[in-house]
Write a new protein. Structure first.
Length: 253
């Protein structure tokens, strides 16, 4: 888990770094090279405006990337609940004893998938993944054994449904690994630092105004990190569809 999994860490670090950059620019203006000519001031304002525009565009693109990944995780949670429900129904196509075994394993499997979405600790996630893999192996062994003894199209539907259950879990895992690239975070941070240096350098005097841009940009990056973090953020995908599906499966038992 990298540091961008903690939105509060991102907010604190980015805010401090930007604030230092703004006051460094201000100190450079006061002690080294102030803007004296009107032409220099106009050229500087053009550069500062262009830099702030670029920063706004990159933050906007990063926010769109984070939202698209959040929507993907949410859609895959719904798809996973549907495939588990389909696999549960297709268990009726198997012989009674095997069907009962498959349904029992799927109920446990559904509970593990809910735990996966709710877990925040990586150690707990590793335990859930291990238990999920064990349940998948048991489910597959049941349907493969039946398919080997009764290779009929009807049994093939049950096998296909179970394969979809496993595939949906893999798609979900891939979506949770699909994060905003680290280089994008570095680029945003560097441009934010440059903008605050320019902001501090361009001020006529040292004021509390130098804190406004660091706070605004830090809040924006906090929101991006929060949406992009599947586990540590405040905004998270809740397994509502899986919960409903598990309740339905248990009530039909």
């Amino acid at each position: 888990m990298h540091r961008f999994d903690s939105p509060f860490f991102v907010f604190a670090v980015v805010l401090i770094v930007q604030w230092l950059a703004a006051y460094a620019g201000d100190a450079f203006r006061r002690k080294v090279s102030p803007l004296k000519k009107e032409g220099d001031r106009q050229d500087f304002d053009i550069v500062r405006t262009a830099s702030l525009t670029l920063l706004g565009l990159i933050i906007g693109f990063s926010f769109a990337m984070a939202v698209s990944r959040y929507d993907q995780r949410k859609n895959l949670e719904e798809a996973e609940a549907n495939t588990i429900g389909t696999g549960y129904l297709r268990a009726d196509l198997l012989p009674p004893d095997d069907a009962s075994r498959v349904r029992d394993l799927l109920r446990k499997y559904c509970d593990e998938r809910i735990s996966y979405y709710l877990a925040r600790d990586e150690l707990r996630v590793g335990q859930i993944d291990a238990e999920t893999a064990k349940l998948q192996a048991e489910l597959w062994s049941v349907v493969v054994r039946v398919a080997g003894t009764q290779p009929t199209p009807i049994v093939g539907l049950a096998v296909s449904g179970m394969n979809d259950v496993f595939n949906s879990q893999g798609y979900t895992q891939a979506a949770w690994w699909n994060r905003i690239p680290f280089t994008a975070w570095i680029l945003m941070t560097l441009i934010a630092i440059a903008c605050n240096l320019l902001l501090g350098y361009g001020e006529h005097r040292t004021t509390a105004f130098l804190l406004i841009l660091p706070i605004v940009v830090s809040t924006s990056m906090f929101l991006i990190a929060d949406i992009d973090s599947p586990r540590a953020g405040i905004i998270r995908v809740q397994p509502h569809n899986l919960m409903v599906q598990c309740l339905s499966m248990k009530s039909s038992n």
